[in-house]
Design a protein around this ligand. Structure first.
Ligand SMILES: Cc1cc2nc3c(=O)[nH]c(=O)nc-3n(C[C@H](O)[C@H](O)[C@H](O)COP(=O)(O)OP(=O)(O)OC[C@H]3O[C@@H](n4cnc5c(N)ncnc54)[C@H](O)[C@@H]3O)c2cc1C
Length: 511
């Protein structure tokens, strides 16, 4: 059959309308890029995206990203739900999260150690549902003019110096750039010439919804056993980890009632009986990461760029962080507002963050192994996590409080998320970031800074005003992704230093 060649050339084609592809499309469209998403599935709805299967924990960088684009208020489900991973206990004994199944508690977390988090900042963790998140992002993408074609699996990709061609069955599409956001088995990654390096799995994990004849035989909460782990967070909804070297998941065999019953009996050391298995899915702790995120005009983001176990719930957050980092850089490159060095900083900044998450997942697996050495380590970790510093460290890592990029600057805030400065009229800086532009925030109405901002008026927005707590700062430069690129304490020649910083970002000065 003859291939249909679509004549229109988009700025960007994104493969995959999962949360990362949708969020990236929104960021690009916000910067006036034309975006086409090709999505394999004809129907966006799936029981695996709905509760209880679709539950996802969001951490601080994701919550801030949604807040800074005016989307946080649209999330509804967390207002009605208790987090089954964290809801046990009350007050200070409320479970705030876990590491390898070991809980850390609200009352042990010393938030005064996070000296740059201002009171009234968005929350540090929330639960969400994949279906709700995708619905919100799809609505926003379509409002911003993104074209989404469902039932179009990307089957092959090619590129020249000037553009990319993407094939879906017998049709081809052209764009200046292609981003693979097509999940863990990414076709773009495979066809685009990327290496995917990492470690093989130690277990198969199962998420199941079943009618259990005798659920009282299962202990409540998360149970690390001599064979693995199981947790029944609500009647019939059971998570299991079976240290089989990932063999079952890799075999791609259908999951039957008999199989789940056998695994659950073995892992829980009970003779529990499953009457009916309604829904089940499996996953592993395979941990791999692309060794580069860009090959010419093809880029990767989200699970297409990195996979690891869902322990501690970090994959979605990591992927949305990729999208927030990449969107404005790719838009600036397409519009010749920045050199390709800026685009290459996507890999330089995001690959180390991904590597840390993979190691976080591996560390949990290492102490969950059903072996005496791991059990000994597990006991030591339990003691440490129950200390104030231990719980604070865990919360800081799990909630992404310590996430930072290695940028040029000596102040501890450079490379970190901007604190949510509040002006005297009550407005917060996060509320002024909906348009996705870089902001020069000048607390002291410094004339030299305002003049510099005017020369970069096409790239940056100048905002001046006193904040209730300025954290000892006189001015800051906030990137479109909410990261602080520069801080000024008022003591040196701020305009000269800021000029150097701005030159790292933009290659066009609009007079
Ligand atoms: C049990 C479980 C629990 C989890 N819990 C959490 C949690 O609490 N917190 C957290 O942060 N993360 C969690 N994760 C991880 C999280 O779900 C993923 O990291 C996240 O969904 C990745 O988003 P994505 O958009 O990159 O990929 P996906 O969500 O996989 O989306 C990829 C999209 O690409 C499409 N696609 C695939 N191939 C093609 C193709 N060839 N052409 C076109 N389209 C294609 C797919 O249909 C899909 O729509 C969990 C994962 C699991 C399995």
């Amino acid at each position: 059959m003859k291939a249909t060649i679509n004549q229109s050339i988009h700025d960007v084609i994104i493969s995959g309308a999962g949360p990362v592809g949708l969020f990236l499309a929104c960021e690009l469209a916000l910067s006036k890029c034309s975006v086409l998403i090709l999505e394999k599935a004809e129907n966006p709805h799936s029981p695996l995206k709905q509760l209880p299967f679709g539950i996802r924990g969001l951490s601080a960088p994701t919550i801030e990203a949604l807040y800074r684009r005016g989307l946080l208020a649209e999330l509804e489900i967390h207002k009605r739900l208790k987090n089954p991973h964290t809801s046990s206990g009350q007050g200070p004994q409320r479970q705030a999260g876990h590491f390898a199944g070991i809980p850390f508690h609200e009352g042990n977390i010393d938030t005064t150690q996070w000296e740059y988090r201002l009171p009234g900042s968005p929350e540090t963790s929330l639960i969400s549902e994949m279906a709700e998140l995708e619905t919100i992002l799809t609505r926003r993408a379509e409002t911003l003019g993104v074209e989404i074609r469902r039932g179009f699996p990307v089957t092959d990709v090619g590129q020249t110096n000037d553009n990319v061609t993407v094939w879906s069955a017998n049709e081809s599409f052209q764009a200046k750039w292609l981003v693979g956001c097509d999940g863990s088995r990414s076709t773009v990654r495979k066809m685009g010439g990327f290496e995917f390096a990492g470690t093989e799995p130690e277990f198969t994990g199962y998420t199941t919804l079943a009618d259990i004849k005798d659920p009282e035989k299962l202990r409540p909460g998360r149970n690390v056993t001599s064979k693995g782990m199981y947790m029944q967070s609500q009647p019939g909804y059971v998570l299991i980890q079976d240290f089989d070297g990932g063999a079952f998941h890799s075999s791609e065999t259908a999951i039957t009632r008999e199989h789940i019953q056998e695994v659950l009996r073995r892992v829980s050391n009970t003779d529990v009986t499953i009457n009916t298995l309604h829904t089940a899915t499996s996953w592993t702790d395979r941990a791999r990461q692309a060794t580069r995120y860009r090959n010419g005009r093809i880029l990767l983001a989200g699970d297409a760029a990195h996979i690891h176990s869902p322990l501690g719930g970090q994959g979605l957050n990591l992927g949305l962080g990729d999208a927030m980092n990449l969107g404005w850089k790719l838009a600036a490159t397409i519009q010749n507002r920045a050199s390709e060095n800026l685009l290459d900083s996507y890999f330089a900044e995001r690959h180390p963050i991904g590597a840390q998450v993979l190691d976080w997942s591996r560390a949990q697996v290492a102490i969950m192994r059903p072996a005496p050495h791991a059990r000994a380590l597990h006991a030591i970790f339990r003691d440490l996590i129950n200390t104030r510093d231990g719980a604070t460290y865990m919360a800081g890592r799990v909630w992404g409080i310590h996430m930072h990029y290695d940028l040029d600057g000596s102040h501890p805030l450079v490379g970190r998320s901007v604190p949510d400065f509040q002006f005297e009229n009550g407005t917060k800086i996060g509320e002024l970031m909906h348009d996705g532009r870089m902001i020069l925030l000048d607390f002291e109405e410094n004339a030299a800074l305002e003049a510099l901002a005017n020369t970069y008026a096409g790239q940056i927005k100048y905002i001046s005003g006193h904040a209730k707590d300025q954290l000892g700062l006189s001015a800051v430069l906030i990137r479109p992704d909410g990261i602080l690129a520069w801080t000024f304490d008022g003591s040196a020649d701020g305009a000269a230093h800021l000029t150097q910083i701005l030159r790292q970002y933009w290659n066009v000065v609009v007079h």
